[in-house]
Design a protein around this ligand. Structure first.
Ligand SMILES: [Zn+2]
Length: 237
């Protein structure tokens, strides 16, 4: 009770809401920049079980934004490094780790145990595959993307709101996302993703279900565009 008293003090959360958070299961795909912010926020909020998917190891070039990892963990699997950090933040959280490249087969055994998925992946190919998996398994997906000073977030409710493929039907999956990024912008996007996850678990209506939130952090310009499901989407229609 003491750990969560500031959550419980909010009328939209309260004791009942905290119980919902504590019994929620969230799969975080990617333990890099976006994952660092999402995992930290969800662990401190008291999400009961966090699943972590990432096949990479910690590298020195990660540290300008991936604050969940410690320098001494360079070379260690990111999922294990992230798990260590979660245990520091909140030892009550159950953590399951999947050090795999998610593919069109192994997802079946992984996503079935979770209420929702948070997209913290860092390539178009992995993001679009995750979108397809979320639609196939009917799991809500909180998409986030960031590059340089720009970011975007939307909450995808399969067969109800637009999926990633509805939004970007002609995306070139081989194209590389520009590498540059800076911690405050990454964390801004990650914070909104974590907020969306918490609101979903608490059954609080979110404007981002059916809207794409677009951040231009250089000019501090934030906007939210209404997006409709595509009738000809090859993934969700
Ligand atoms: Zn679609």
């Amino acid at each position: 009770m003491e750990r969560y008293q500031r959550n419980i003090a909010i009328k939209e959360i309260g004791l009942e809401g905290q119980k919902k958070l504590l019994s929620a299961n969230v799969l975080v795909c990617g333990c890099g920049g976006l994952g660092s912010g999402v995992i930290s926020c969800l662990a401190s909020a008291g999400i009961g079980c966090l699943g972590l998917v990432d096949c990479d190891s910690v590298e020195l070039s990660n540290f300008n934004r991936q604050f969940i990892h410690k320098t001494e963990n360079i070379g260690k699997l990111k999922v294990l490094s992230a798990k260590e950090r979660i245990k520091d933040i909140n030892p009550d959280i159950r953590v399951k780790t999947y050090s795999v490249q998610l593919d069109s087969e192994n997802y079946k055994e992984i996503v079935k145990d979770y209420d929702l998925i948070v997209d913290c992946f860092d390539s178009y190919r992995s993001k679009f595959l995750l979108n397809e998996i979320a639609v196939k398994t009917n799991k809500p997906l909180i998409h986030g993307g960031v590059t340089e000073f720009r970011g975007q977030v939307t909450t995808i409710i399969p067969h109800k709101t637009a999926c990633l493929n509805c939004l970007f039907p002609d995306a070139d999956l081989n194209e590389k996302i520009p590498q540059g990024n800076v911690s405050p912008v990454v964390n801004l996007v990650a914070s909104i993703q974590a907020l969306e996850a918490i609101k979903f678990i608490l059954n609080i209506d979110s404007k981002l279900q059916g809207h794409l939130f677009i951040i231009d952090a250089l000019n501090l310009d934030f906007k939210s565009l209404k997006i409709n499901p595509s009738k000809v989407c090859s993934i969700c229609s």
